[in-house]
Ligand binder design. Structure first.
Ligand code: ADP
Length: 494
C-alpha cells in the first residue's frame, strides 16, 4: 500500500477537503507508486490563503535578520539530509543522483545566501528638495504570495522563491508540480523544523487547473511567482493582470550554443553534451540549438556523434547514469511529435529519434539523445521549446550570422559561445538577446547569487536569484520627514 502524504495548511498536516488523492510514480519505472498526494480543491486554497494572511500579521514584524536565521537553519538541515533528499528527488523526477545532489545544493546555497541578505535589506536615502526635511525609502513585504513551480528543479526553484520571499517578510501558498510533490513536502518539513511559525508557509497539492488557478485568482494572494510553460504562464499573467497582482514569470527557452572555428573543440564538445543532454534536456536553460561555424561543422558533428552514442541512459538512482527518463508520458509524446515534425520538415536525424527500450528501460519513459543536422532557422524544431534530449544543429557562416540566428527566436533565456577571440566574446555578450550569456561554458549552470531569468517571451522582466529577486518580493515605502515646523510644499516652495 502506497504511503499517503498530506497538505500543510495553518500549521496542520491534513488531507484535501475532497478526500481524493493522486499517484506519484517513478518515471524510470512507472509500476512503482511512490506515494498518494491530496487532490486539493478551491476550498483548500482558500483555507491556506486565509492562514497565510493571518500569519503575515506577525511574520512581517519579525526582524529580517531573524527571519534570515530560519533560512540558515533550514540550510543546515538540508546539508544533513542532502543524500536522502537527492534519493527522493531522483525517484520521483528521474534525473541522476549527481544532478539531484546539485539541485539540493542549490537550495542550500540559496538558504545561506538569503539568510545573510536579511541583514542587507537596503533601501536608500536621498536629499530632500526642501530644507529641514529628510527622505528615506524602505523595502516592505507584499503580503501573501502564491508560488507555482514545475517538476524539473523540485528543490532549487521553490527555494529560489520561498527563502527570499520569507526573508522579505511575506507568507506563502505553495503549489508544487504534480510530478514532484514529495520533494516539496520535504522542504516544508525542513522549514517547520527550522522554526517557521504556523501559517507562514502552506502547501496545497493538486492539479494546476484547479489549485494553480485558485491561487492565481484568490483575492488575498497579492503576488504570484510562476515557473513553467509559456502557455500556462500566459494564462497566469492574464488573470494576475486583470486582478492587478504582481506576477513573476519564468517560462520557455530555445537556448543556443555557438561554436566558432577558433574554439577549443574538446571543451565545446563537453559543453554541448552537458548543456543538451544533462537533465535529459528538461531544463529551461538546456541547449536545444547548436550553431556551428561552417568551417568546423563536419568535424564537430563527427566528434559529437561518437560521444553522444556513449552516454549511459538508465534509472538515475544507479550511479554512473548520465541520462535519466523523461518525466511522464505526456512529455515523451510531445518529444515524439517534435521529432516526427523535424523529419517531415527536412532535417536529418543522425542519432536517437526513438525510445530507449532495452531491458528494464521499457518500464520507464526513456528516450534516446537525439541530434538533427541540416536544421534551418525557420523550422519548427529550431523555434519551439521541446523540453527533451533533442538537439538541432544549424550551420552559420560568421559571428554576425551566428548571433542573428541565436536572436531569431521568440525566447531569450540562456546562450553560450565558444571562442578564444576576446573581441568575438565581447560582441556576443553585447549583442545576444538573452538574460544569460556564457563564454566558453554551456548554457546551463546558474549560481544562486546571480540574477536568473530571460528576455523576450521567456519572462516578464523579473529575475529570480541573486539580489534581483528582492525586487519582486518587496514593495517600496517612501517616507518624508519634515522637521521645519511649518508647511513646506514640494514643487511650489522652491
Ligand atoms: P509543464 O509543461 O512543465 O508541466 P506547466 O506550465 O503545465 O508546465 O506546469 C507548471 C506548473 O503550473 C505546475 O505546477 C502546474 O500544475 C501548474 N499549472 C498548470 N496549469 C495551470 C493553470 N491553469 N493555472 C495555474 N497553474 C497551472
Amino acid at each position: 500500500m502506497a504511503q499517503k502524504f498530506q497538505n500543510y495548511i495553518a500549521g496542520v498536516w491534513a488531507d484535501s477537503s475532497s478526500g481524493q488523492t493522486f499517484e506519484n510514480r517513478n518515471p524510470a519505472n512507472w509500476d512503482e507508486i511512490l506515494g498518494l498526494f491530496p487532490l486539493s480543491t478551491i476550498e483548500d486554497v482558500d483555507r491556506a490563503a486565509i492562514a497565510a494572511r493571518e500569519a503575515f500579521k506577525s511574520w512581517k514584524l519579525i526582524p529580517a535578520p531573524a527571519r534570515g536565521e530560519i533560512c540558515r537553519k533550514a540550510g543546515e538541515i538540508m546539508v544533513s539530509r542532502k543524500e536522502e533528499i537527492a534519493a527522493i528527488m531522483t525517484r520521483e523526477m528521474g534525473k541522476p543522483l549527481s544532478e539531484t545532489r546539485g539541485d539540493v545544493q542549490e537550495g542550500i546555497d540559496t538558504a545561506f545566501y538569503c539568510a545573510s541578505e536579511g541583514r542587507r535589506m537596503f533601501g536608500y536615502n536621498t536629499p530632500s528638495e526642501l530644507q529641514n526635511k529628510m527622505n528615506l525609502s524602505f523595502r516592505i513585504p507584499i503580503g501573501v504570495c502564491g508560488l507555482i513551480t514545475p517538476w524539473n528543479f523540485p528543490m532549487a526553484i521553490p527555494t529560489w522563491n520561498i527563502f527570499p520571499g520569507l526573508v522579505a517578510g511575506n507568507t506563502f501558498v505553495f503549489k508544487p508540480a504534480e510530478d514532484t510533490p514529495h520533494t516539496a513536502n520535504v522542504l516544508v518539513e525542513i522549514l517547520i523544523e527550522a522554526g517557521l511559525p504556523k501559517g507562514v508557509l502552506n502547501i496545497v497539492h493538486g492539479a494546476g487547473e484547479v489549485v494553480g488557478a485558485a491561487i492565481t485568482e484568490h483575492s488575498l494572494i497579492r503576488a504570484v511567482s510562476f515557473t513553467g510553460s509559456t502557455k500556462t504562464g500566459q494564462i497566469v499573467a492574464q488573470t494576475c493582470g486583470k486582478l492587478t497582482k504582481h506576477v513573476c514569470l519564468e517560462m520557455g527557452g530555445k537556448n543556443a550554443q555557438i561554436v566558432m572555428p577558433d574554439a577549443d573543440m574538446e571543451l565545446a564538445l563537453n559543453g554541448v553534451l552537458w548543456g543538451a543532454f544533462g537533465t535529459t534536456g528538461q531544463r529551461c536553460t538546456a541547449t536545444s540549438r547548436l550553431i556551428l561555424h561552417q568551417d568546423i561543422h563536419d568535424k564537430f558533428i563527427e566528434m559529437l556523434l561518437e560521444r553522444v552514442q556513449k552516454l549511459k541512459i538508465g534509472n538515475g538512482s544507479n550511479e554512473g547514469i548520465e541520462v535519466g527518463p523523461i518525466i511522464n508520458k505526456g512529455q515523451r509524446d510531445n518529444i515524439e511529435r517534435y521529432v516526427a515534425l523535424g523529419k517531415k520538415e527536412g532535417a536529418v536525424c543522425i542519432t536517437g529519434g526513438e525510445r530507449a527500450e532495452d531491458g528494464d528501460l521499457k518500464n520507464g519513459w526513456f528516450y534516446k539523445p537525439t541530434i538533427f543536422i541540416n536544421v534551418l532557422p525557420k523550422m519548427t524544431i529550431a523555434n519551439e521549446e521541446i523540453f527533451g534530449p533533442v538537439l538541432s544543429v544549424i550551420k552559420c557562416t560568421s559571428l554576425e550570422n551566428a548571433i542573428e540566428i541565436t536572436n531569431g527566436v521568440i525566447y531569450g533565456l540562456s546562450s553560450s559561445i565558444y571562442t578564444k577571440d576576446i573581441n568575438a566574446a565581447f560582441l556576443a555578450v553585447r549583442d545576444i538577446e538573452a538574460g544569460i550569456t556564457y563564454i566558453n561554458a554551456p548554457t546551463i549552470g546558474a549560481e544562486a547569487h546571480m540574477p536568473f531569468g530571460g528576455v523576450k517571451a521567456t519572462g516578464n522582466g523579473h529575475r529570480e536569484g541573486g539580489w534581483a529577486v528582492f525586487d519582486f518580493y518587496t514593495e517600496w515605502k517612501s517616507v518624508y520627514i519634515d522637521y521645519s515646523g511649518h508647511l513646506q510644499r514640494a514643487q511650489i516652495d522652491i
